[in-house]
Design a protein around this ligand. Structure first.
Ligand code: SF4
Length: 360
């Protein structure tokens, strides 16, 4: 069992087999890989490359691209050839597309054996991936469970999903293919958590791609994803993650990195420590904090910036941060590495904070 993180300091994901997605290590104790999926039209090379560059700048490490039809394979190949990030081919229904994608530069394949045409069709995909030296993610979900498994009343849905994935893994390994990653996502948070716990017990050697699927628009999607993935990551479950949002994929990146930072697993970009404000606050702190956040959007330095409303908690938090401001009546006292720098008028606070951050 690899899930008992409370009694075993060794995190479970250190125990999995490691695969390489292009030049990105996944599993075997590697840092949790952050990924997203392109949503530009599948045959528009320039639009996909532009989105990849935007995602890379936001901290994305692996991108996935859908190949919905065979006539999109040329575009997929061009994207792979020019992409700064490894590109995963996302294929449903047509095994021949997956075979071709492996030959045309995919860094990994994502298939669902439940809809790719049965195990016989999977064989050709395994052979193509083996020849290309790339891993395959097996992604199962409740909608495409084997009928026999779906009908069983002695198993819960998480147990069925995990059993389905385990069956495919056994088949692939039986054919000598071992570079596997597994996902079994659901839109329901606790179903997903229980499924991944089961997977982590049943397939301790397989790297897991975790996520809450169809999590919704930004607000709900981030909360559902953070609660589910937060539980799993804290238990050491999960080697690569996607936060799926009905939004710009760049927002997914911000959410992923904020979650990894909050869990102290990986850090990228600033953390803003700001108070909720109350009746003691005598500046427009909400606006100040939003401006600081917006100005730091493209910063990759993992710095802590405190933006605090008054003397109750302000000086303490501002001192503990790399840069901070504790506000009073229309003014702010700026701190840097615990030392007071200067007192500034409210209108100048953001500029002074940015100036000091620039000097770090
Ligand atoms: Fe209120 Fe001051 Fe606390 Fe902010 S720091 S919530 S203004 S008491």
């Amino acid at each position: 069992c690899k899930t008992d993180a409370t009694t075993n300091d060794k995190k479970p994901n250190q125990l999995t087999h490691r695969v390489m997605v292009g030049n990105v290590p996944l599993g075997g104790g590697a840092p949790v890989v952050v990924q997203s999926m392109l949503n530009a039209p599948a045959n528009d090379v320039d639009a996909n490359l532009a989105q990849i560059r935007e995602l890379a700048a936001a901290g994305c490490e692996v991108v996935r691209m859908a190949i919905p039809r065979r006539d999109c394979l040329d575009a997929f190949q061009s994207v792979c050839e020019q992409s700064p990030l490894p590109v995963v081919a996302d294929v449903h229904f047509d095994a021949q597309i997956a075979v071709e994608a492996a030959r045309r530069g995919a860094a990994k394949l994502r298939i669902n054996p439940g809809n790719i045409g049965g195990l016989a069709k999977t064989d050709a995909v395994l052979d193509a991936a083996g020849e290309a030296g790339i891993p395959i993610r097996i992604g199962v979900n409740a909608g495409s469970l084997d009928q026999d498994l779906a009908a069983r009343r002695d198993l819960t849905l998480p147990q069925k999903l995990a059993a389905s994935a385990a069956g495919y893994v056994e088949y692939c390994e039986g054919r000598g293919f071992h570079d596997l990653v597994v996902s079994a996502k659901a839109h329901d948070v606790m179903t997903t958590v229980r499924t991944y716990r089961q997977l982590s017990r049943d397939l301790p050697h397989i790297p897991l791609h975790i996520g809450i699927t169809e999590a919704g628009t930004q607000f709900q999607g981030v909360i559902k994803s953070a609660s589910g993935l937060g539980i799993l990551l804290e238990e050491g479950i999960g080697d690569t993650m996607r936060i799926s949002l009905t939004d710009d994929p760049v927002v997914e990146m911000r959410a992923c990195w904020a979650l990894l930072s909050a869990l102290d697993l990986r850090r990228r970009g600033p953390e803003i420590i700001s108070c909720p404000t109350c009746g003691r606050c005598q500046v427009n702190l909400i606006e100040l904090a939003k401006q600081v956040e917006s100005n730091l959007m493209s910063t990759t330095k993992p710095i802590k910036v405190a933006v605090m409303g008054c003397v109750v908690n302000g000086p303490g938090e501002a001192r503990d941060a790399d840069i901070g401001v504790a506000c009073g009546a229309g003014v702010g006292v700026v701190f840097k590495h615990g030392e007071v720098q200067r007192k500034v008028e409210e209108h100048a606070i953001v500029d002074v904070l940015m100036e000091e951050i620039g000097k770090l």
